[in-house]
Ligand binder design. Structure first.
Ligand code: PGA
Length: 269
């Protein structure tokens, strides 16, 4: 761990809806969540809706700045003849300020390699977006003790090796694959260990000053029952939430947990 003085770091709760919600469901969700986020001071709220809803809800919500929008992924290409691809620039145009890149579901099911992930991070930065970079080990890698090596290799290949990095537009998400959608959340100390490893990896390449500022989120079966303990770990700066981001009242409780943690860190609670 580089430091326990975390009050200069943003605290973020990001909902990844994956392939869920039609446009009307998305509008309903956002209307319901709005009331819950009005008093939040210490947590940034991000939602990554499916593409079809992104443009609609982000335009609808332009007047209220409490919710930020992200894409769930972007193309590795820029504009051109790439049927079906959505470029980072298009996401920005549709109202996104960030994009999730390197989620394990895409790495595994869509065959996204480290090189493709790196290319996407580059595209996101070129388009002025924040990259929410995901990394994490699978169950076998953890059992065989190569989890630290695995996430550091992903971080290096996908982010740290890029030229002209936009360090202020990077959010890292540690998402152990064995915890995603399984109900088997990482123990708070396991999350802390890995977040500290990632922060140290960033520090080694970009210096401690930068590493201290970059939010590192935990993702993997985070819910209102376990969020408080996970978010209270010194190197955990909130969460990337899948299943528990689909209902506004449940998601609001996670935002509340992050908000409370931020206030505690800043001695305002
Ligand atoms: P989960 O998903 O919260 O449903 O485990 C997290 C993620 O995939 O980002």
């Amino acid at each position: 761990m580089i430091t326990t003085d975390t009050n200069f770091r943003r605290n973020i709760v990001a909902g990844n809806w994956k392939s869920n919600k039609l446009i009307d469901d998305a509008k309903e969700f956002v209307t319901a969540l709005q009331a819950a986020v009005q008093t939040v001071e210490g947590a940034e709220v991000w939602i990554a809706p499916p593409l079809t809803s992104l443009a609609v809800v982000s335009q609808l919500q332009q007047s209220q700045r409490k919710i930020h929008w992200a894409g769930q992924q972007c193309s590795a290409y820029s504009a051109g003849a790439h049927t079906g691809e959505c470029t980072a620039e298009m996401l920005a145009d549709a109202g996104a300020r960030a994009v999730i890149i390197g989620h394990s579901e895409r790495r595994e099911r869509m065959g996204e390699t480290d090189d493709v992930v790196a290319q996407k991070v580059k595209r996101a930065w070129e388009a002025g977006l924040t990259a929410i970079f995901c990394c994490g080990e699978d169950a076998k890698e953890r059992e065989s003790g190569v989890h630290v090596r695995k996430v550091l290799a992903q971080l290096k290949a996908g982010v740290l090796s890029l030229d002209a990095p936009a360090v202020d537009r990077l959010i890292v998400a540690y998402e152990p694959i064995w915890a995603i959608g399984t109900g088997a959340t990482a123990l708070p100390e396991q999350a802390q260990e890995m977040h500290a490893v990632l922060r140290a990896g960033i520090a080694e390449e970009w210096g401690e000053e930068v590493a201290r500022r970059i939010p590192i989120l935990y993702g993997g079966s985070c819910n209102p029952a376990n969020a408080k303990e996970i978010f209270s770990q010194p190197d955990v700066d909130g969460g990337l939430i899948g299943g528990a981001s689909l209902q506004p009242d449940v998601f609001a409780r996670l935002i509340e947990a992050a908000d409370e943690e931020w206030k505690l860190r800043n001695h305002q609670a």
